[in-house]
Design a protein around this ligand. Structure first.
Ligand code: PLP
Length: 393
């Protein structure tokens, strides 16, 4: 057995160097810049002959600690922290792609990632094609000589579509194309895409990594070469995570394993309880045997995650009745919080798409995303029962 600390231990015992105060818990370094010992030290820091902090847009002890810990948890060689999940997604794409390059992405992507691919990168001559993520033939057909990156989200938000990471990782490696995985829904506790051959993982740390709905944050973790490009891009364009958010998120990682265990346990119980409910056309959850990719979920995830999808009979109107009837659960756009949160994408986050466009990415009008929290599962189930019965009336 290796001497490397196990997941929970690495998450708790990875710590920035202790200061002269001999603190037990990591202090917060709210400083925009750092002092040089002398002119020679300043020169050597800037030429990177010695390592050390210069300015918090480049690095800070709190962001370094958070990133170092996340690298251990994801199994990545290097990483950077960013202000939001979208800053991580944009940095990964913009740092690695140039005019004339092509991206192949799974269609079921987070809305803002879709906007970057369709409305922002084309301004700089970067083109893309979408494929149905689970369709391996479609990946083969879509790759061109100028394809430089494959981008996927698994499980996807909100449709809970899975991508076969072992297959796609090998496919990308054979062709020397970057594979970037948005690992936001699973977190490294449930799934480690780098182990399957991904080049880099991007995170919205705002979700399960913080897990308490407090701060925004993001990260990129992956190979040294990939992260070196991202670090150069971020250092000069400025999407840095604040020291305060890094301090919060490093603390959050200490409890990620116990929180995810309970999120997954509660989510599975909710999914099992409501499968077959009279108000529902279907319940989707990766660890329900009825999920179309159940076998894949069992193969690449250790548990099913904290998000359950309900498809309510009666479309938009019935979906809205459910949202108006919850009292314990929060009606809010976030996810991955201690609090159970219900969201109706068709009338909110994805309302600008046509019903046909929504259907193509698995978002029907009756789809409700339930981010199952850490309240007592009986209370969560009681509140959702009341709301789903309201949809029947
Ligand atoms: C929320 C989310 C993002 C964006 O993260 P922010 O921190 O809100 O910028 C990206 N990907 C997925 C899958 C998300 O759920």
């Amino acid at each position: 057995m290796s001497d490397a600390p196990r997941f929970e231990t690495a998450a708790i015992r990875t710590q920035a160097p202790i200061t002269a105060e001999r603190e037990h818990s990591v202090p917060l370094f709210l400083t925009s810049s750092f002092r040089f010992d002398d002119a020679e030290h300043a020169r050597a820091l800037f030429t990177e002959e010695v390592s050390g902090n210069i300015y918090s847009r480049y690095s800070n002890p709190n962001t370094d600690e958070f990133v170092h810990k996340l690298c251990l948890l994801e199994g990545g060689d290097d990483g950077i922290a960013t202000a939001t999940g979208m800053a991580a997604v944009f940095t990964a794409l913009a740092a690695r792609l140039a005019s004339g390059d092509h991206v192949v992405a799974s269609r079921a992507l987070f809305g803002s990632t879709h906007q970057i691919l369709t409305r922002i990168l084309p301004k700089w001559g970067v083109t893309f094609d979408y494929v149905d993520g689970p369709d391996t033939d479609a990946w083969q057909a879509a790759v061109r000589p100028n394809t430089k990156m494959l981008f996927v989200e698994t499980p996807s938000n909100p449709g809970l579509e899975l991508i076969d990471l072992a297959w796609l990782g090998a496919f990308a490696r054979e062709r020397a194309i970057d594979l970037v995985v948005d690992n936001c829904f699973a977190t490294p506790y449930l799934q480690r895409p780098l182990d399957f051959g991904a080049t880099a993982v991007v995170h919205s740390a705002t979700k399960f990594i913080d897990g308490q709905g407090r701060v925004l944050g993001g990260a990129i973790v992956g190979s040294k070469a990939f992260v070196a490009d991202c670090r150069f891009f971020a250092r000069h364009t400025g999407p840095a995570m604040s020291a305060f958010n890094a301090w919060v998120l490093s603390k959050s990682l200490e409890t990620l394993a116990v929180r995810m265990d309970r999120h997954c346990q509660n989510a599975l119980a909710v999914a099992q309880h409501f499968e077959g409910h009279a108000s529902l056309e279907s319940v989707l959850y990766p660890f329900l045997p009825s999920h179309p990719q159940y076998a894949l979920a069992r193969a690449q995830m250790s548990q099913g995650g904290g998000v359950v999808v309900f498809v309510v009979k009666g479309g938009l109107a019935a979906g809205q009745r459910v949202l108006n009837a919850v009292t314990l659960c929060s009606h809010s756009p976030n996810l991955g919080d201690t609090r159970t949160i219900v969201t109706h994408p068709a009338s909110t986050t994805h309302s600008k798409l046509t019903a046909a466009e929504r259907a193509a990415v698995g978002i029907s009008d009756g789809l409700i995303r339930v981010s199952v929290g850490l309240e007592h599962v009986s209370d969560i189930i009681a509140d959702l029962s009341k709301a789903l019965n309201a949809a029947l009336s």
